[in-house]
Every structure is written in structure tokens, then in C-alpha cells.
Design a protein around this ligand. Structure first.
Ligand SMILES: [Zn+2]
Length: 283
């Protein structure tokens, strides 16, 4: 099967060759899905193989690899207001076409081998004609009571201006999307300044969650790691950074600014922490 559903502690993790994870929660009254990936495969069918409860969809931010599957669902997709235009832009046919092409030549970073990340029978024209899904804005403090599972929204801008994180109250786990991590992209036009990012990570830290779970890494982050991410942003020096080949935002000439003079070659070291910033964030 294209999507792999793995039961975790009180929720489900949905993985796929799209290199992004979606998270599914099933309460006694309703279910919730955090992010919809690129939506190359049939995510709706995957979700419905787990639960037939009424569904709430939450997009952590507007990027195509988090909202691309929205339109497979009839349900409303909640998103931060400042990311609506971004989601629309990332749902356009040209960007979808580029993403599908890139997925067809996906790279396994550990082996260096390429593979086709698209599912069998993928229909490119249908995929490119999809819209954003039905978007509705959500803001700080909104609570979704699923019945025995409560999700609370926190605004965590930085990676995008309208980025949100979702706190699973009963387990005290914060789902952060791309809002922080050891390799956070802060160089596109939709990113904020570094101060706003630092404040958001500090806010996540102050929530005192047991763990922090991102969208591209199955390993939960611990609170202490967030301090390193904050320091990486505070100490970031564009001029000393390592140039980063990106498929988008090239005009910003992004560079990886890692803590303690580490390089991208050391990315899999447990202490690696960095921000990827553009030349506009030069001090
Ligand atoms: Zn993103």
C-alpha cells in the first residue's frame, strides 16, 4: 500500500514515499487529521480505512507537501489565516506538476538511489486540476474536542507566517509541522524574520510538552533540543553559512547556518541544529 498507517501512543502516524507524515486522531465523537501531505496517493481512502467518524482536517501551514491532499476530502480544512494565500499558490497546477515530476525521481538520501515516489495509476492531469480544498481559518486557542482527545491550536510563525502547531492535551505532545527542527527552512518569501521564529520556538518550549513531533522526521524531539534550535537561530551568521542547493527560493541564495561550526555532512549527528536562511537575513 502507498500509505503506511502505524498506531502510536493514542494516535496514528501515516507515512508514505512523499517523505512527509500525517497524523490521525480518533476520538469517541470525531476524528482529526493533521496535514494531508502532497496527496499523490488516495489519502482519503487510507483515513477511511481507520475511521468512519466525522473528520476535522488541520493544516499546520500552507506548503504543498502539507495541503496537497486537502481536495480529496469534502470536509473543511483549518489553516492559519496568513497562510491561505500561500496554500492557494501551492495548489496551482504548475507547482503540482513540478512536485509530481520531482516525486517521480525521488532520492533516498542514505543510499543516493532514486525511486519513483508516485503511486501506481497516478493521474497527473487529475492531480494538477485539484484546488485547495475547503479552507477555513483557525487561530490561537481554538480547541477541537474529539471525545477523549482534545487538540488545541497554537500560532507558531517562522517557517511560514501563518504556521500553527497542535497540542494533544491528554498526552501533552505538540505537533509542530515544519515550525521547528534541526534543519528548519526560513528563507522563502513566506518566512518571518528570525526574531519571530525564536519567539515561536520559545513559546513551544514554554508549553513543556513531553515531546515535539515534526512532519518530516518520525523521531520525536525533546524540549532540550528546542534550546539548541533557538541558539542556532540567534547565532546564525549568513556570511559564515554553507550554501544550500534548493529547488525553490533560489533567489534568496539560502545557506545553512549550523551551531558550533557543524556542516551538513554532520546532519545525522544527534546534536545537529541549524537554520536555513536567505541573504535578506544577513546581519
Ligand atoms: Zn513547510
Amino acid at each position: 500500500m502507498y500509505y503506511q498507517v502505524e498506531e502510536q501512543d493514542g494516535y496514528y502516524r501515516i507515512g508514505s514515499p512523499e517523505n512527509v507524515f500525517c497524523y490521525l486522531f480518533v476520538g469517541s465523537k470525531q476524528a482529526a487529521l493533521i496535514d494531508t501531505g502532497h496527496g499523490f496517493g488516495n489519502l482519503e481512502q487510507t483515513v477511511r480505512s481507520v475511521t468512519d467518524k466525522p473528520l476535522v482536517i488541520i493544516n499546520t501551514h500552507g506548503h504543498c507537501d502539507h495541503t496537497g491532499g486537502n481536495a480529496q476530502f469534502e470536509e473543511v480544512c483549518y489553516i492559519g489565516e496568513k497562510d491561505i494565500a500561500l496554500c492557494q499558490e501551492h495548489s496551482e497546477a504548475a507547482m503540482r506538476r513540478d512536485n509530481a515530476k520531482r516525486a517521480e525521481n525521488s532520492m533516498n538520501f542514505e543510499t543516493g538511489e532514486t525511486y519513483n515516489g508516485l503511486p501506481e495509476g497516478f493521474n497527473l492531469e487529475e492531480y494538477c486540476s485539484r484546488g485547495t480544498g475547503t479552507l477555513q481559518t483557525v487561530s490561537e486557542g481554538t480547541v477541537f474536542d474529539l471525545g477523549g482527545i482534545t487538540l488545541k491550536i497554537y500560532e507558531t510563525p517562522g517557517h511560514t507566517q501563518g504556521g500553527i502547531s497542535v497540542l494533544y492535551l491528554e498526552k501533552n505532545i505538540l505537533f509542530v509541522g515544519d515550525a521547528t527542527g534541526m534543519f528548519v527552512w526560513l528563507f522563502a518569501k513566506e518566512t518571518t524574520d528570525l526574531t519571530t521564529y525564536v519567539e515561536a520556538v520559545q513559546k513551544m518550549y514554554d508549553l513543556n510538552a513531553v515531546s515535539y513531533i515534526g512532519a518530516h522526521n518520525p523521531n520525536p524531539m525533546k524540549k532540550e533540543q528546542l534550546l539548541r534550535y533557538i541558539r542556532a537561530a540567534k547565532e546564525a551568521d549568513y556570511d559564515a553559512g554553507e550554501p544550500f542547493e534548493s529547488f525553490f527560493g533560489k533567489e534568496y541564495e539560502p545557506r545553512v547556518c549550523a551551531l558550533d561550526h557543524m556542516t551538513m555532512a554532520e546532519m545525522f549527528h544527534p546534536d545537529f541544529a541549524s537554520v536555513v536562511i536567505g541573504k535578506d537575513k544577513r546581519k
